[in-house]
Design a binder for this molecule. Sequence first.
Ligand SMILES: [Zn+2]
Ligand SMILES: [Zn+2]
Length: 472
Amino acid sequence: MNMAAFPAFSVRILSPVRDGQETFQESDIPTRSRLYPLEPQAMRSLWQESFTSYLNRLGWTHHVSPRAMVRQEIIPRLNKAQELPYQWLGSLSRGYATRINGTGALALEWSHILEQLTLRSDLHLLTFHGWIGNLTSPGHLRANPAWCPLCYEEWREKNLEIYQPLCWFVKAITACPTHHIPLESSCSHCQKTQSVIALQTQPGHCTQCNQWLGISPGEALPQPMQEESMHWQQWALQALEELHAASMTNSLPSWETFFTHLATGILSIVNHGSWGSWKRIERLTGVKPYILTQWLKREWIPSLETILRFCYVCEVTPLQVMRGEISSLAKALQKGASSRPPVPRRTQASVDQDRCLALIHAVLDGSEKPLGLHQLSERLGCSERILLYYFREECALITRQAREHRKRQGEQRLLKIRDEVRQQALSLHAQGIYPSQMKVSNLLSPGLMRSSVAREAWHEALRELGLEPRKK
Ligand SMILES: [Zn+2]
Ligand SMILES: [Zn+2]
């Protein structure tokens, strides 16, 4: 090549000039986020991504296991990080983590941390708190993820992102809004439920056996839902979408107004506490009078599913009740009958696993005081054997936590005894009285001085005062 054929170029590097400033400053570099600010899927729609789905995708975006990312980047930043047992993350990922998608403090804390790490301000909207606001009752969401195999397959065919919409986590939603088939909750290959935070599998694959969770070619299509069930499901989805839309435009009233207006509607038809009226409401809604009065006094906050079922038969949406539009509610309660097809009954498991897990994890994360297995079984009203059968790993953590708690309590008690003995000995000495064992003992709880710890502390106090030679 003849270099002479090309004209000579010279390159001059221009200094950035900003507001009269000639030199480049470090402050000119925009703030960098620690984690990649991945775009959430389907923001502000019924198909909006869930927070835990975002966590999983973010992990894979960084080419690391989502659970490893959580262990390294989130757990150390949690308020109670020091108190959490190492195995807590494994137990959390298998079920309890759906609470990170919920309406409580945990969801707010996790989303706040991830917003700081990604410098995104909208991640709190991926939790149910961003969807339905301050209805802080456990039981809105499933313990394990559910999915629609047809949606997964369609997204894969269209080369779309595979993710878990938040509506799939909502306990009240049991059918796919698009395909009208029941959502699945256990893998058709290994029959296991799915971890909420994946260890090493890609989105759309079973977290236990790594098989594809969509419909595979040649596989039989799932049976569509019955018409009555679908009617209830479509209504529930619309009611949910209505709440979501209000939340996204900051026009969702407080749930306090829901219960206030509900009380107005109920009390308008209950004639001076007439038992017949309460029973009529029970026949219509399936809610017993004593439970309903607990709702009205805010002594018991029902889950969203219970509220939706109640509103469905009363022919009103939760948002309408919040806004005080309760004429159809009062009419349905007065009539004691609904024109809508009946709501399918909930499948009653012999053990309320969600309730058990909610308490177990509240104990493990410190929001409930430590309990031993026996106390736990008494609180839940089921045997220790049942708890061990369903939650073996969690029970092991609970037992260990209770043992460590007892040990800490014992150590604190000993410290307290030592301190009491020392204080009394110093106080006597300050008054010019020789702090004999008898004199100190008289100032303590009866019998305390008989313990070896108290006697040892007494000797230490004498040595501190120079009344006894120090040990060599
Ligand atoms: Zn679907
Ligand atoms: Zn599987």
